[in-house]
Each structure stands twice: as C-alpha cells, then as structure tokens.
Design a protein around this ligand. Structure first.
Ligand code: ATP
Length: 523
C-alpha cells in the first residue's frame, strides 16, 4: 500500500488533525471502533465505506457534534476536546452536511447569518456572502427564500457558509450526490482551489470514479473499523469497492426479453401553474409509459422535476382529471391516498421530512404510506405486527443496516434510510412507481441492489418513472430518456441513442435541431 502522507510533511510537522483510537458506541453498537486517521494540509482525503460504515459518525465527532466514547483527537499535535461545533469552527474546522440544516422560510442570507457566529452586521455579512460566492464561482441570490431553491442551490448555501468561516479543514459529506455533472465539475474546481490555498479537505463520497479523480488519499471504513488507507489514484473503482464491501459488487442486469404491455401511466398535456411565485410552470407535458418499461427523466435540478413529481403523486391536484391516467383511470383530481389505491407508489427526492417523518419509527413510517393498500389497518385499528413485518421485510431484502429492530427514521445513516424508503415502496409491488433520485447517497453495492430491484419491478410488469441527475444511472436502467428543461419535457429517446452530449444539450435548453442547423450553416 502506498504511503499517503505527502512528502516533506513528515519532517517534524504534526498533522493538522489526528484521531487516535476514536470510538463511538450507541448502546452495545460500535458505530466507530478505534479509528486512527491523519489529516494533512493541501490534501483532499477521501473517507469511504458502505452505508452505515460509520463515516458520518466519525466526521460528526471531529466537528464536535457528538462526543467520542473513547480515544482522542489532536489538532496540530495538541490534544483537542470539543464541546460543540462552535469550538470546532473556532479552530478552523468547517463542515457541509449531507442533510441540509437550512430553514425553508428564511432567505439565503438569513440562513447563512444563523450559521455564523454573529460578529458582523447583517449588511456586512450579506456583502461578504456575495463576495465569497462570486470568488469561488458559486452564485447565490442572498434575498431568495430557501424553499424556492433547488437541492443543488441549497447545497451551494451550505458550502458558501462554510467557506465564509475561512476553514483550515473542510469536511464535505457526499457533496455531489445531488449535483449535475456540470455542478460537480464546478465544485471540483472549488476544491482544487481550496487545496492550493493550503487547506485540508475530508471528502465523503460513494462515487468512486470521482474519488479517483479528485482525492490524494483515502481511508476506508467497514463495519465501524478502519480497514485500509490507500492512494485512490493507484486503485480502480472496483478495487476500492472491494475494500469497502469486502467482496465484489454484483453487476446490474436487465431481464432478457422484458415484456412491454399496455400504458399504465399516461400524462396528457399537463399544464400547471406553480403554487409559489418562483416555482416552475409545467408546460404541456405528455408522456406514455407502458407496463414493463422504465422511463428516465434527466435534467438540471429546479427545472420542474419537483412540480412534475407533485402533479403525478397527487400532492398537487390538476383541475382536469384526464391529465394523469393511472392504469386506465383518470387520476389528475385524486389525492395521494386514492392514487396509491390505484396501485401507484411514489418516492420523493428528499428523504427526511418528505420521504419519512424523521422522529417517527420505521414501522410508523411504513404505516404512513402503506395503510391505504395493505393489511396494516384492520377495521380502523393499527396492526402493529403487520407494520413491523413490513419493516423487517424491507430491512432484509434491501440490507438496511440499523442499530435496533424499529429505530426512528432519523437515526439511520443517509444511505440506509434511502434503501428503506425505496425498498418500502418497491415491496408493495406497485403497478406504477414514480421515483426521484433512487440512489442518492447510496453506496455502490446498495445502488446496484436498488437499480436491480427497479429493473425487476419493470420485468414483473410495472411502469417505472425514474427522475435522476445521474446520467450513468439512467443509462444503466432506463429504456428511454427524456429531459426536463424550464417545465417542458423533451420527447423521450431510446437510451441507446441518448449520448451524454445530446442529453447535455437538452439539459442546457438548446434544441438539437437548432444545433444541427447551425452546424449545417457553418459547414
Ligand atoms: N444516534 C444514533 N443512535 C443509534 N445508532 C446510530 C445513531 N447514529 C448512527 N447510528 C448507527 O451507526 C451506524 C453508522 O452510521 P453513520 O451515519 O456513521 O454511517 P455512514 O457510514 O455515514 O453511512 P451513509 O453512507 O449511509 O451515510 C449506522 O448503523 C447507524 O444506524
């Protein structure tokens, strides 16, 4: 194994941060088991591991959010005990979380102000916010309210807020999980710049190709223990995955000769005004999805995907029932529960709050979406055993790792919660599944399990609509791909014809015809 310590840094200088035997217990469960890690300036250090391996636990300890059960941390060689994140920030440790800690009804600037230590006036802080966001090429309008922003823009707030504290060491928890390829490229430029400025970065990601491209060293956790330190550039994505999982990852395979049947989800000329002034107007959306098919919807976040999800799921009703047809029944005017009774299932993009109620147990969450169409409620009484059985089935099939049988949703690691939500809906055997970002934050092994389950669901006759910003994911599972831009949906094309370039052009709003005409004229 290569020595990941940059040359020249060993001569007497202590690492910026060092953990020695760092351990975190939850009851009998060891979330982190005696972890030693060294963080050096001018390095992008990857922290890799399966869902539930203990990555977030480790970085939360380093950021002072949780107290270690044993072991110690050293900052520039001196013992460091943190009573909370403000102490970590005071030393120069910044963190960008996987789940955003933003208040929806406050503006960008108000949110940033709340996360800072309040030593400057609001006006000065707003000016600095604009300056930092411009310097790093992460544009933000300080006056916009957060609920109006796409997930990618929300993440930008978190990053700018962390940069405004001028950190020496920045921790990023799965920063590209919700970004488009272009947004991710922009972020990599920012990270390279931060590294060149002499800062250290700890980078959690499940995207192994991007880790190989970006990171100088990697620490790999498995089951709460450190299992390896390596130079990711000298590894392959497959060898990194093997170290994480301890075994090879199965390939996703579509069933041969999948039977395409009748239309099960039809959208007819759906036009919908947004319910907020900055939302996206859905403009004449039509699509037809047959049983046995997977249709992928690509697009930059904030182009109407959320509005389309709301119109399909029944969170927004349409005045014309015929705009959404589920299994031959006009459903545009029906509620979520009524649509579920028709055999539809929905997985929204946001896991906490939208996909699950964070403070409720998994069984209670299973009941929230499953009560309409399964045996969880008998004559008005909740069948607790049935709700627990649903949790067990999901947990076993989708390998959801958790500390006890029926924990609160919020206690699950991000990827495990996603496996739970997607699994819960797939196991209901829906006729129609509408799913947004199915593998957001999910590790490579679990992503393969979820993608395979979507393919199997289609093979069993369901119509599956997948919205994803991950073009590789769509290429792997979708039969056809359409692109959303400014509330319009392009005509779906066969996945074999959907090159990254064609999709990228549509995602940027330029029509292919225009491009071709321009080519013809200039030729
Ligand atoms: N407050 C808590 N109470 C009980 N168990 C917890 C708590 N927080 C985390 N855990 C458990 O500790 C384990 C490690 O979780 P952690 O969030 O650190 O994993 P992770 O590697 O970051 O996973 P992911 O990639 O899914 O985000 C998980 O099994 C999780 O259920």
């Amino acid at each position: 194994m290569l020595d990941p310590t940059p040359t020249g840094l060993r001569s007497g200088e202590p690492p910026l941060l060092q953990t020695i035997g760092l351990t975190k217990r939850y009851g009998d469960f060891l979330a982190n088991d005696a972890i030693d890690i060294e963080i050096w300036p001018r390095q992008i250090h990857a922290l890799l591991g399966e869902n539930g391996a203990g990555k977030s636990t480790l970085v939360k300890t380093i950021y002072g959010l949780i107290q270690p059960s044993e072991g110690e941390m050293r900052w520039l060689g001196e013992k460091m005990v943190l009573s909370g994140p403000s102490e970590a920030r005071a030393r120069g440790i910044g963190m960008v979380f996987q789940h955003f800690s933003l208040f929806d009804n406050l503006t960008v600037a108000e949110n940033v102000a709340l996360g800072l230590d309040g030593k400057e006036s609001f006006k000065d802080m707003s000016a600095r916010l604009e300056e930092v966001s411009n310097v790093y090429g992460l544009p933000l309008d300080p006056k916009r309210e957060v609920w109006q922003l796409s997930v990618g823009e929300r993440q930008r707030i978190e990053i700018v807020r962390a940069l405004m504290q001028d950190p020496k060491f920045l921790i990023l928890d799965e920063p590209t999980a919700v970004l488009t390829p272009q947004e991710a490229d922009q972020l990599f430029i920012v990270l390279d710049r931060l590294k060149a400025e002499g800062r250290a970065i700890l980078y959690i990601s499940h995207k192994l190709e991007e880790v190989k491209r970006l990171c100088d060293t990697a620490t790999i956790l498995r089951g709460g223990k450190k299992v390896a330190t390596c130079n990711p550039q000298a590894e392959t994505a497959a060898s990194l995955a093997r170290m994480m999982v301890g075994a090879d990852i199965k390939e996703v395979k579509a069933a041969a000769g999948r039977h395409v049947t009748v239309p099960r989800l039809v959208v007819n000329d759906l036009c919908l005004e947004p319910d907020d002034p900055h939302g996206v107007r859905l403009a004449h959306i039509s699509l037809e999805l047959k049983g046995g098919e997977i249709l992928g919807i690509a697009g930059v976040a904030g182009n109407g995907q959320d509005e389309l999800f709301a119109a399909l799921s029944g969170e927004r009703l349409s005045p014309d029932p015929g705009t959404v047809v589920i299994d031959g029944q006009a459903a545009g005017h029906l509620s979520i529960t009524q649509r579920r009774k028709l055999g539809a299932a929905f997985v929204p993009e946001e896991r906490l709050g939208h996909g699950t109620a964070p403070r409720m147990k998994l069984s209670e969450n299973a009941l929230l979406t499953g009560h309409a169409a399964s045996g969880m409620v008998n004559h008005g009484f909740i069948n607790t055993a049935a709700t627990l059985k649903a949790v067990d089935r999901t947990t076993e099939t989708f390998d959801v790792r958790k500390a006890k049988r029926d924990p609160e949703a919020a206690s699950l690691s991000g990827g495990n919660l996603q496996k739970f939500i997607v699994g819960r809906e797939i196991l209901r055997n829906p006729a129609v599944l509408v799913v947004s970002q199915p593998t957001w934050g999910v590790d490579a092994g679990a992503a393969a399990v979820i993608r395979q389950a979507l393919l199997d669901l289609a093979a069993a006759g369901a119509a599956v609509l997948v919205t994803s910003q991950d073009l590789d994911e769509l290429a792997e599972i979708a039969d056809r791909i359409a692109v959303m831009f400014h509330g319009h949906l392009s005509a779906p094309m066969a996945t074999a014809d959907a090159s990254r370039e064609k999709l990228g052009l549509l995602m940027g709003g330029s029509s292919l015809e225009q491009k071709e005409t321009a080519h013809a004229v200039s030729a």
